[in-house]
Design a protein around this ligand. Structure first.
Ligand code: TYD
Ligand code: MG
Length: 454
């Protein structure tokens, strides 16, 4: 026998739900669902149908509703906004700006929609107030709670019924019922499971902040990745102002999306034209520097790939260093250059870098990296106005990649006029050429180097 369930009815549109939700699925009104009671004051119940399997074609699809927070780069990473009832994990190194970002998002939410509860286990209400003043993020519907005890936190959530909750950080929350220390794997998992149940049963959107920690006694955000709906990491060198929010898992959208921010006096501000920021300060006509159009989610970002090749000290093994690109991929490209093009890299140190702190995982960067290395090795700058992209195979062939047209267009927008790209039959790029734009198509690394380093 299944237990009878209480009915919740929307006071605005009459929508009936079997559980309480923060937002009515019928009319999108917040906090409008009320438990229905009969004349004797007893909660009414539904004659519950036992849960049964059903044909996938018979299920009515509901469009995912999203609340756009107004922090555009944050919304972009989540796939267009916060989904009601979702559990989002924001990980990152200490000091990168997680608390700043979420305080700004909380303020925007409070100003637009309703009650927000920002729970901090790390800072006092006074500290948070000071920060919010700096960020111009004060609002009466933004509630602050300095608490680490799970029982107290849940009680406060039940009392205030917030629509949006930030837990900063999940590692500080502990349950008195568990014997293990706060921050241990079992505590962190238990706390996250409680927040998950809360989000799903009430429709509250919850963001958990997690510090990335080195392997050890403390549990990092990795142990939670499978439990939450969205995982994003906030990256950036605290010594620079650039910050990148990157989704690595998203049940409601694409995972490649990145949000790009600049940390300033007034907190984090989205960067509307990231390519120009990544290319700012780029040296012109210098050996070892190649511009690559990187595909980040729905956007193309132009970045500078740099290589420095110097003779290795006699007798010692050559040094290889990769920053922003995969080390093994770089080694493979060095081997291809050595074997197919005869570059004597075995006796040289090679350093590769992506300027601006972006990390690139696309094989499309291969051609740019190989070209930067060859350019530095020969001490010859690539032809002017050049953008290069294409995958390089072990035989030295240049292979086709996705979104060629979009990459070329972004390059043209930023004033580049030569495009070194894979030669493939299928694409028709003729319409892009002309007006001083030249498409340098290459089928092999040999051809590519001849075109770019004549
Ligand atoms: P914080 O959000 O506390 O980082 P996290 O929560 O990830 O540990 O941000 C810390 C850094 O951000 C701190 O070094 C100061 C800097 N910062 C600014 O540069 N401008 C600002 O307006 C704020 C609030 C912080
Ligand atoms: Mg913090």
């Amino acid at each position: 026998m299944s237990r009878p369930k209480t009915v919740y009815v929307c006071r605005d549109c009459g929508y009936k739900a079997s559980r309480w939700m923060g937002r009515c699925p019928g009319c999108d009104e917040w906090n409008s669902l009320e438990e229905q009671r009969d004349v004797h004051g007893k909660a009414q119940s539904w004659a519950v149908q036992p849960n049964a399997a059903q044909a996938i074609t018979a299920i009515e699809a509901a469009a995912t509703r999203r609340a756009s927070t107004g922090v555009d780069e944050f919304d972009r990473v989540l796939g267009g906004g916060v989904v009601p009832g979702s559990l989002v994990l924001v990980g990152g190194d200490p000091g990168v700006g997680k608390s700043t970002l979420l305080l700004q998002v909380s303020h925007q939410w409070a100003a637009q929609f309703g009650t927000v509860l920002y729970i901090s286990g790390e800072e006092s209400p006074q500290q948070l107030k000071l920060r919010a003043e700096r960020l111009n993020a004060l609002h009466p519907r933004l509630l602050i709670l300095s608490e680490t005890d799970m029982g107290q936190i849940l009680a406060q959530i039940r009392q205030n019924l917030p629509q949006f909750v930030v837990v900063d950080s999940i590692q500080t929350v502990f349950s008195a019922e568990l014997a293990s220390a706060p921050g241990s794997v079992s505590q962190v998992r238990d706390a996250a499971a409680s927040f998950l149940a809360l989000a799903k049963s009430t429709g509250t959107s919850i963001v958990l902040v997690g510090h990335v920690t080195k392997a050890g006694a403390l549990a990092g955000p990795r142990v939670l990745e499978h439990m939450v709906d969205v995982v994003c990491y906030f990256e950036g060198d605290p010594n620079t102002q650039l910050r990148i929010l990157r989704a690595v898992k998203n049940r409601f959208g694409s995972t490649n999306e990145v949000g790009i921010f600049q940390m300033g006096q007034g907190g984090l501000a989205g960067i509307p034209d990231p390519s120009s920021v990544f290319l700012a300060g780029r040296p012109r006509l210098v050996p070892g520097s190649v511009v690559f159009p990187s595909c980040e989610g729905s956007r193309i970002l132009l970045v500078e790939l740099q290589a420095l090749v110097t003779p290795a000290p006699f007798g010692g093994p050559p040094r290889r260093l990769a920053s922003g690109i995969d080390y093994n991929r770089m080694c493979m490209l060095l081997a291809v250059l050595e074997k197919r093009r005869g570059l004597g890299l075995h006796s040289h140190d090679v350093y590769c870098n992506v300027a601006g702190g972006l990390r690139i995982a696309e094989p499309a960067a291969d051609l740019g990296i190989a070209l930067a290395v060859a350019s530095s090795f020969r001490n010859q700058a690539p032809v002017e106005g050049l953008v290069a992209f294409g995958e390089v195979g072990l035989a030295g062939e240049v292979r086709g990649i996705a979104r060629v047209e979009a990459r070329i267009k972004e390059g043209i927008r930023l004033g580049f006029n030569r495009f070194l790209l894979p030669r493939t039959e299928s694409q028709d790029l003729k319409k892009l050429a002309g007006e001083g734009i030249s498409l340098l198509e290459a089928a092999s690394l040999e051809e590519a180097l001849e075109l770019a380093l004549p």
